[in-house]
Write a protein that binds this ligand. Structure first.
Ligand code: FAD
Length: 398
């Protein structure tokens, strides 16, 4: 049988792509090497705008809402912002399974515990060999297999430059709600710590029944310590500040790469497209990938449907690119990268930024809403710049 679309990788990006393509009437096969539910290293902060592209089970499958965030400066000054129900928090092991179920419910055929091994082009079809020993044919191929340049991606001409990537270490530990309430309060707020690493940050995300701690920094600015040493030092600081119970065991921590600059080039070739982390769809400011990855999955599904039903005016890769550029790409690449370079320039700059947030209510609100994916980067950039002189002057008293 020849599928209209084969999606490699049933993470959020791949599952959302498969769901929208199946809903549009395409014959879709979604394969993943893992058996779900499976673990994925992640903070699990999910901006509300992501709901636009999710199915019903994923929308209902969030762990809890956050009511704001606290941004800590390198000198440990805290900018505290409250806004009820401004962000969702998910536990990826459970949530990714829900996103996958939405794809299956929409009619996509799903093969779990099945790895894609090689891809070759045969006329106008792709042939994908699977770990089961089977070979499947498809007219269109979407690769949503996460960060990592696997050989079949290289064979199709795709790249993943070293300086576009970041390193992370993260641990999510089950913890009694009463202990989390006692340590961090009953309202769930996410905590971001600047200054833990040069170009990046540490985080502490309290959820219902789970505590998520991590660090991430760009490859291009790697510190002298290893990523595990940076993580362990951060956990020690959190314990000293009594923000984490002293007997919490974070030895389950894992390292994972993440794109942290802008979408890769090329983003597609012929009838094959990259989505999610495989395409570098992660914010260069916050590392938010769930929104961008699932949005890229939606756009890939729509661009492929347009080729199949004959409504596309241009070739697949151009159509896909103009869809995600118009939706979020221009904002992410232009204003997002500008903001990332502005904020992460130095420890001094991060200190100033947080002090400006503390001193000036409007700057605090704008920056907090940008971090939580409520305000766009271009909106945040112009608002922060407009108040820069005033808030910098006010910050002298912090
Ligand atoms: C430590 C850390 C913290 C993060 N925190 C946040 C956060 O708080 N909020 C946020 O929005 N983003 C966050 N991100 C980013 C987010 O996790 C990713 O952007 C997101 O997981 C991308 O989804 P995806 O579907 O592209 O890839 P993935 O979630 O990585 O899924 C890829 C899938 O492909 C499968 N696969 C791989 N190779 C093959 C193969 N050969 N054949 C078949 N299947 C294959 C894998 O098993 C996997 O299921 C974080 C990332 C990290 C590393």
């Amino acid at each position: 049988m020849v599928y209209d679309l084969l999606v490699i990788g049933a993470g959020p990006a791949g599952s959302v792509c498969a769901m929208h393509a199946a809903k549009a009437g395409l014959k879709v096969l979604l394969v993943d090497k893992a058996k779900f539910p499976r673990f994925k290293s992640c903070g699990g902060a999910l901006s509300k705008r992501t709901h636009r592209q999710l199915g019903p089970k994923a929308k209902l499958g969030v762990n809890c809402n956050a009511d704001g965030l606290v941004v800590w400066s390198p000198g440990l000054k805290a900018a505290d912002y409250e806004e009820p129900n401004c962000l969702d928090l998910v536990v990826r092991t459970e949530w990714d399974h829900k996103v996958l179920m939405d794809a299956a419910d929409s009619g996509a055929e799903v093969l779990e515990a099945t790895m894609a091994k090689t891809v070759s082009k045969n006329g106008d079809k792709y042939k994908v060999s699977l770990s089961s020993g089977n070979q499947v044919s498809c007219r269109y191929l979407v690769i949503g297999d996460g960060a990592g340049l696997r050989s079949y991606k290289k064979s199709l001409g795709f790249q993943q430059p070293y300086d576009h990537m970041a390193r992370t270490v993260c641990a999510e530990i089950p913890l009694d709600d009463s202990i989390i309430d006692e340590t961090l309060g009953t309202r769930r707020k996410i905590h971001i710590f600047f200054g833990v690493v040069p170009r990046g940050y540490g985080w502490l995300f309290p959820k219902r029944g789970h505590l998520n701690v991590g660090i991430g920094f760009g490859n291009a600015s790697a510190p002298s310590l290893t990523q595990f040493e940076v993580f362990d030092r951060f956990v020690t600081q959190l314990k000293e500040k009594k923000m984490v119970p002293s007997d919490c065991d974070f030895s389950c921590r894992v390292a994972h790469p993440i794109p942290f600059k802008k979408p890769f080039e090329p983003i597609g070739s012929d009838s094959a497209l990259l989505i999610g982390d495989a395409g570098g769809f992660v914010s260069p400011v916050t590392g938010e990938g769930l929104y961008y990855g699932t949005a890229s999955g939606l756009h890939a599904a729509q661009a492929i449907s347009a080729q199949i039903d004959g409504t596309a005016q241009v070739d697949l890769v151009s159509d896909y690119t103009s869809r995600w550029m118009a939706d979020f790409g221009t904002d992410m690449i232009h204003s997002g990268l500008w903001l990332a370079n502005f904020v992460y320039r130095s420890q001094k700059r991060m200190e100033l930024m947080v002090r400006m947030m503390i001193a000036d209510e409007k700057t605090r609100r704008t920056a907090a809403r940008m971090i939580m994916g409520i305000a766009s980067y271009s909106e945040a950039r112009s608002r922060i710049l407009k108040r820069a002189l005033l808030s910098a002057a006010k910050s002298l008293s912090v």
